[in-house]
Structures are given as structure tokens and as C-alpha cells.
Design a protein around this ligand. Structure first.
Ligand SMILES: Cc1cc2nc3c(=O)[nH]c(=O)nc-3n(C[C@H](O)[C@H](O)[C@H](O)COP(=O)(O)OP(=O)(O)OC[C@H]3O[C@@H](n4cnc5c(N)ncnc54)[C@H](O)[C@@H]3O)c2cc1C
Ligand SMILES: NC(=O)c1ccc[n+]([C@@H]2O[C@H](COP(=O)([O-])OP(=O)(O)OC[C@H]3O[C@@H](n4cnc5c(N)ncnc54)[C@H](O)[C@@H]3O)[C@@H](O)[C@H]2O)c1
Length: 489
């Protein structure tokens, strides 16, 4: 580890050792550069300790039990209820009990310099790091600084909300207790996943959403998740807003006032209404950027100023949540690979590949982002929804198919319910977007991602034969529903 009290110069400084920062640093190092990686909290960041991993751990036990209950023979064997303490224990081990030493060892093994502390810019290519003991050191970059500081939960300005000490996604994923009554504000991904997790663990969940659930997805996805949550015992209120919140003393009941005039009393309130960038205490004004703002980048991940131009000297990059391109771990890591490689190439005067789909750009961020929402049913989607494709000006055909009609689905679960949609670009005869909703569709998603990114013509997709009897036969059914007109291929 670098000693925080000595000034140091590195080829590259990466601020934030979340999943994304770790990857940029590693790629730049592999490209032949010296790299300092600065982290204020835990190496591994939000995804490892308070987001992806613990949330999936909280969801998995319920999903497995329900999967067994949907298969005759297994159903009879699963007679008990979920062991909540065992689920929380498994969650704790998933997050290594908040010990990041193995990730710190990885950083060291990768040849990176880990600097513990909070980083702030003091000028061009220069940052100051305040170590946990208050010591301040200065780091200078020869070539580039990468901001990978992520995002934090957004707290809306609602009377009484802040004073009521609501849960954010951090408290929801790390809680040691399961509240008897949990209200969740926000019907996005965090709201839907945590409603599923806590309803499975025995909470009386009330999900409050001002519009339909999972608003960025195909409408049927949110509707199917809503129905499933209701079946799990949750109360799902669509079209409501919270207008005031109060807590009855520390640890007391929380009362929510809704804009339909009703009140709701719960033990905890989770606020899941989106994210805010971790750029508030980063010294951005010292380099001419607006504090608290998302860092807009070009496709090589170079930060752009208000005039959409890279900063003079092309030295500042932003990857991961903080650039607001796609707030997903895998997409941030994809950006990280491109950024680490382009920084090394620029520094060493090597040729660049910055055209669409080149090695040094994050082209997929635009229209080919995959995402799995681990509700039950799962929602797995990539590319454009029908509405987004139409808005973007494509001439489209939308193909729907009931996954329950596929032989593999009937083997997976008795009474399997699921829905698939493929959005086709009629002019190029390629797939623009795919959505699968159903049990165990997550692993199916990558096939769709390959089809979208590869712009595989439908005529060739007919030759990608799905195995029988798997759920992936839905691909064949989607193509059959679209129709095979040999003259147009
Ligand atoms: C509940 C929840 C569940 C999620 N589940 C999934 C999922 O299943 N799949 C998925 O793909 N995405 C998921 N996400 C999104 C995912 O967590 C983020 O996209 C991802 O963590 C972003 O990674 P990052 O490295 O950009 O930021 P972060 O993981 O936030 O890492 C940023 C790091 O920078 C550090 N830092 C910040 N400021 C400074 C500073 N000034 N100096 C030094 N260090 C600093 C922070 O301490 C942190 O460690 C989920 C999000 C939430 C909230
Ligand atoms: N499985 C996954 O991939 C996964 C899981 C969790 C989170 N994430 C990522 O984390 C990010 C954050 O998730 P999130 O659910 O917080 O955000 P989100 O953007 O997915 O959903 C926020 C929801 O809150 C609503 N909202 C906004 N302001 C509101 C207000 N004042 N009152 C009531 N509702 C309001 C929005 O309309 C939206 O429906 C997402 O971008 C998501 O991609 C991913």
C-alpha cells in the first residue's frame, strides 16, 4: 500500500475501487502503466457489499423454495418455511462479513498501488487524499485520472423524510432484521427486487409506485412482477405519491401520508427512487466542472465539459455509475476495459480503435445494454423496447410469444408462466431488443445480447437451433411467429 504522507506520481490514478475502478486500473496496468487506486471505504465498492451481491443473496432462497414448490414431487418435499436467520447468515458470507482483505490482496497481486482514503481534485492531474487517520497526501498523474466513484441512493425532498431515518438500498441489503411491516417507495429495480426479497422473508410489504413497476422495461414485465408480488402477499399501490413522513421517536413506527389522503404505518421505510452521483465532495470545481453532477463522457470515456468537449490535454475519464451511461456493474466493467485500454494506448502512442464497436469505445452502452431484474418472475432484457425503438425512428415489428407454451418451460415448472418479446428492425431484418419474463430466464439473456450486438440477420438466426427441451426454444417460436419469407432473405 502507498504511504499516504508521501507525495507520489503514477501514470494513472483511479478514484474509487468499486468493481469498475478495479477493472480500469487492472487494464491500464496490463497495458504497461503504473496505477494508483484510491478507495475511501471498502475495496469492491457498492456491488460487492451493499448492492448486487447481498441483494441477490437475499432473493435466492425464496426463489429456490418457490421453484421447488412448482414441481410435483419436489413440492411434497419442501414443507417448511424459509429459515430467515440462515438466509441472513448466507448474505453475510456473500459480503465476506464486510471484510475487503481478499479484494485488497487481489489489488496488490495485480501490481496496483492501493491508497486508502478520500480523494479530491486540487488541480489538473492532481488529487489530495485524506487517509482514515486524517493524514493528507498528494498524488499526481502523468497521463490520466479516472473517476469511478459510483452513485448513492437519492433521497427526495419530502417533508419529514430525512428526519425519519429511512432505509436506503444500503440498509435494505445489510439489515440484520426483517421488519414486520416494510413500506418501499419507488417501483424501479431496487423497489421490485427488495419487495420480492422481504415479502419472501416474511415482511408485510407495501410497494408504493407513482407509475407502473419497472418503467424502463416492456409494460408486460412490470405487470407480471406486480401480479407475482401480490401473490406473494405484498400490497402494490400504483399511482400514489408520498407527501409526508414521520417517525415516532428513534426506532419507532413510521407514518407515511399518501396523496390519496390515506396513511400507512410501518416499521421501516425503504426509499428506492434512483441514484445521485458521488461527485459532491470531489473538488470538481478546481478543474472547472460542476460539483454534484454526473460526469458526461464520449464513447472513449473521456469526460466532456459543458460544451461537449474533452478537458484540455484529454486527461480525465469517468467510468461506471458516475457517468450515468448505464447504472449496472457489468456495463461499468465493460466501460472500464475500454477506458483502461485506451488510456494505455494514448499514453504509449499506440494506434487507437475508436470507431463504433472498436476496442477503445463503449458502443454497447447506447442500444445494447443487458439487464436482469431478479424478481420472481425474472425480467431479462437487452436492447430497445418496442416503445424505445419506435421513438428512435426504427421501422419495427414486435413479436410476442408465451414462454409457457415451450416444452422446456413445462419441464421446468408445473403451470410455468412467462412472456417473451422480440423487436425487429424491419429495414435491416435484425433484432433490436428482446425481453424475457419468467422463471429461470436470466441465463437465456446472453443469447439475445449476442443476437443484438452481432446484428445477426433473422435469416441466419433460423440456423441457430435451440436444444430440445429447453426454454431457449422460445427463440424458434419467436422466429416462427415472425414468419419465414424465403424471398426476403
Ligand atoms: C440494491 C442494488 C442492487 C443492484 N444490483 C445489481 C445487479 O444485480 N446487477 C448489476 O449489474 N448492477 C446492480 N446494481 C448496480 C450496481 O451496484 C452499480 O452499477 C455498480 O456498483 C457501480 O459500480 P461503480 O464501481 O461505478 O461504483 P461503486 O460500486 O459505487 O464504487 C465506487 C467506489 O468509489 C469509492 N469512492 C467514492 N468517492 C470516493 C472518493 N472521493 N475517494 C475515494 N473513493 C471514493 C466508494 O467508496 C466506492 O467503493 C445494483 C444497485 C443497487 C443499489
Ligand atoms: N438487477 C439489477 O440489475 C439491478 C438491481 C438493483 C438496482 N440496479 C440499478 O440501480 C439503479 C438504481 O435503482 P433504483 O430502483 O433506485 O432506480 P430506478 O431508476 O430503477 O427506479 C426508480 C423509481 O423511482 C421512481 N421515482 C423517482 N422519484 C420518485 C419520487 N420522488 N417518488 C416516488 N417515486 C419516484 C421512478 O419513477 C422509478 O420508477 C438502477 O439504474 C438499476 O439499473 C440494478
Amino acid at each position: 500500500m502507498a504511504t499516504p504522507d508521501s507525495g507520489s506520481t503514477f501514470d494513472v490514478i483511479v478514484i474509487g475501487a468499486g468493481a469498475v475502478g478495479e477493472n480500469v486500473a487492472d487494464r491500464a496496468k496490463q497495458g504497461g502503466l503504473s496505477v494508483a487506486l484510491v478507495e475511501a471505504e471498502l475495496v469492491g465498492g457498492e456491488c460487492s457489499y451493499w448492492a448486487c451481491m447481498p441483494s441477490k443473496a437475499l432473493l435466492r432462497s425464496g426463489a429456490v423454495v418457490r421453484a421447488a414448490q412448482k414441481v410435483g414431487g419436489a413440492r411434497e418435499a419442501v414443507t417448511g418455511s424459509i429459515d430467515v436467520q440462515a438466509v441472513l447468515k448466507r448474505r453475510n458470507s456473500t459480503v465476506n462479513n464486510f471484510d475487503d482483505s481478499s479484494q485488497a490482496d487481489w489489488v496488490k497481486g495485480a501490481g496496483l498501488e492501493l491508497v486508502r482514503g478520500h480523494a479530491r481534485f486540487t488541480g489538473v492531474k492532481t488529487i489530495e487524499v485524506t487517509a482514515p487517520d486524517g493524514t493528507i497526501s498528494t498524488l499526481t498523474a502523468r497521463h490520466a485520472v479516472v473517476v469511478s466513484t459510483g452513485s448513492a441512493a437519492l433521497l427526495p425532498d419530502i417533508p419529514g423524510l430525512r428526519d425519519a431515518s429511512p432505509w436506503s438500498s444500503r440498509e435494505a441489503t445489510s439489515s440484520k432484521v426483517v421488519p414486520a411491516r416494510l413500506a418501499i417507495m419507488g417501483g424501479g429495480v431496487v423497489g421490485a427486487e427488495m419487495a420480492t426479497a422481504y415479502a419472501s422473508l416474511g415482511s408485510q410489504v407495501t410497494l408504493l409506485s407513482r407509475s407502473g413497476l419497472l418503467g424502463n422495461q416492456e409494460p408486460f414485465a412490470g405487470e407480471m412482477v406486480r401480479d407475482a408480488l401480490i401473490e406473494l402477499g405484498a400490497d402494490v399501490k400504483i399511482g400514489v405519491n408520498v407527501t409526508a413522513v414521520s417517525r415516532n421517536g428513534a426506532g419507532g413506527e413510521v407514518t407515511l401520508t399518501l396523496d390519496d389522503g390515506s396513511q400507512l404505518v410501518v416499521d421501516e421505510l425503504l426509499v428506492a427512487v434512483g441514484r445521485t452521483p458521488n461527485t459532491g465532495d470531489l473538488g470538481l470545481s478546481s478543474i472547472g466542472l460542476e460539483p454534484n453532477s454526473w460526469l458526461n463522457t464520449d464513447d472513449t470515456l473521456l469526460v466532456q465539459d459543458a460544451d461537449q468537449k474533452p478537458l484540455e490535454g484529454e486527461w480525465l475519464y469517468a467510468t461506471g455509475d458516475v457517468n450515468h451511461r448505464a447504472l449496472l456493474t457489468h456495463q461499468g466493467k465493460y466501460q472500464a476495459r475500454a477506458a483502461g485500454d485506451v488510456i494505455a494506448a494514448r499514453a504509449l502512442g499506440k494506434p487507437l480503435s475508436t470507431g463504433p464497436w472498436g476496442a477503445h469505445v463503449a458502443t454497447a452502452d447506447h442500444e445494447a445494454v443487458p439487464q436482469v431484474t431478479f424478481t420472481d418472475p425474472e425480467v431479462a432484457s437487452v436492447g430497445l423496447t418496442a416503445a424505445a425503438a419506435e421513438k428512435a425512428g426504427y421501422r419495427t415489428k414486435v413479436v410476442d410469444y408465451n414462454i409457457g407454451w415451450v416444452a422446456g418451460a413445462s419441464v421446468t415448472a408445473d403451470g410455468y408462466t412467462g412472456q417473451a418479446r422480440m423487436v425487429v428492425d424491419e429495414d435491416r431484418q435484425v433484432v433490436l431488443g428482446v425481453t424475457f419474463v419468467g422463471q429461470e430466464v436470466a441465463e437465456l439473456l446472453h443469447s439475445a445480447t449476442v443476437a443484438v450486438v452481432g446484428e445477426v440477420p433473422l435469416s441466419r438466426l433460423w440456423h441457430a437451433v435451440p436444444s430440445y427441451p429447453t426454454i431457449s426454444e422460445v427463440w424458434l417460436r419467436l422466429l416462427e411467429t415472425y414468419g419465414r419469407d424465403a424471398s426476403s432473405f
